[in-house]
Design a protein around this ligand. Sequence first.
Ligand SMILES: [Zn+2]
Length: 98
Amino acid sequence: MISAEVIAEARARNDLVAFIESNGVQLRRRGSDYVGRCTFHNDTGPSLVVFPRKQYWCCHGACSAGAAKRVGGDVIEFARREYPAACGITKAEIIEAL
Ligand SMILES: [Zn+2]
């Protein structure tokens, strides 16, 4: 079980915009937000929207198509999708690596 403090600390340590850019996504400023190509689907977009003030991202494209709620989350959720659990990496290991 990961404590709320550990999660909050991992979030505080990793600026979302910088983290997403360090994963090879080119972000462009649009008003107070950023947009870029989503890495989780074959994006011709930009469908990925990043809200720096909320430290929140979401995909307005194929990832969210048909979903009741837009696919998105915080820096930990982005990392989890970059390194899927299918590779045997746990959420705790992801937070530790951040
Ligand atoms: Zn997407």
